[in-house]
Design a protein around this ligand. Structure first.
Ligand code: G3P
Ligand code: CA
Length: 255
């Protein structure tokens, strides 16, 4: 990022590497994030949850059952237990042994050289303050868009805002809410957030216009097909979450 103005400050389109370059390596692993960085994705997207002992880690599913040999909820386990879990094997033998990362390990590895798009998945154990303290510890810029905080929980976003009023916030919309968005609801979101994150299936021209008229950015999730990427660019969205940042970057540059 350095001294240069970030794309988001310049109103340019952004490519958000959803759980890293997760089409090519298991989501949320160091391989996935390294790949996203190598591909020059604008943001590393990180889903954050807390371990039993209050450490923020990068993992999407609340339960471990689907992609690991373990059972139950993330929050039932301490970090030392979480670190024994293999989250690479389900994706392919080559990735066997990949470990769940703490948010701090990701910051340690990439520092201020990249931009982070962090989702507060669950709002337990004071996750907002814990994440905020880590952002400070790693000297990340909290006002220029180097860090964006996203959540489906308005309460969680408001807690983050109370810790730092300048940090850009994205309100994620459930599909049904995006489809039935009222002017009043949008006004409420505008009062604290920089934009909305929306399932691409709910994104229409009217939706984008309505959001833009209310000064809100539109970031569409999660777009992996070239055809849909094209459609979203045509509709004028401001960014997309994708598992294939290489494909989206190439397309958006030529758009
Ligand atoms: O954070 C935007 C998008 O990632 C929301 O869906 O379930 O992949 O976190 P999910
Ligand atoms: Ca997410």
């Amino acid at each position: 990022s350095g001294e240069e103005k970030l794309k988001i400050e310049k109103g340019e389109f952004i490519t958000i590497a959803h759980r890293g370059a997760s089409a090519y390596a298991p989501e949320h692993t160091m391989q996935s994030y390294k790949l996203a960085k190598e591909m020059n994705a604008d943001y590393l997207e990180i889903d954050v949850q807390m371990t039993k002992d209050g450490v923020p880690i990068a993992y999407h599913d609340h339960k471990l059952d689907d992609k690991t040999d373990w059972k139950g909820e993330i929050e039932q386990y301490r970090l030392d237990e979480i670190k024994q879990i293999d989250i690479g094997k389900w994706f392919g033998e080559d990735f066997q042994g990949a470990k769940i990362l703490t948010l701090e390990e990701i910051f340690k590895r990439f520092g201020t050289d990249t931009n982070y798009y962090i989702e507060l998945k669950k709002t337990n154990k004071g996750v907002e303050k814990t994440v905020y303290d880590l952002l400070l510890k790693y000297d990340l810029n909290l006002s220029n868009g180097q860090v964006i905080i996203q959540s489906f929980s308005q309460d969680s976003l408001l807690r983050m805002k109370s810790l730092n009023v300048r940090i850009p916030l994205i309100k994620l919309l459930e599909d049904e809410n995006a489809l039935n968005l009222t002017e009043q609801k949008l006004k409420e979101i505008t009062s604290y957030a920089a934009g909305v994150g929306v399932n691409y299936k709910a994104v229409t021209k009217d939706f984008v216009d309505l959001a833009h008229n209310n000064n809100l950015l539109v970031h569409a999730y999660t777009v992996n097909q070239l055809k849909v990427m094209n459609e979203m660019l045509e509709l004028g969205v401001d960014g997309m979450f994708t598992n294939k940042p290489d494909v989206l970057l190439e397309l958006s540059l030529s758009f």
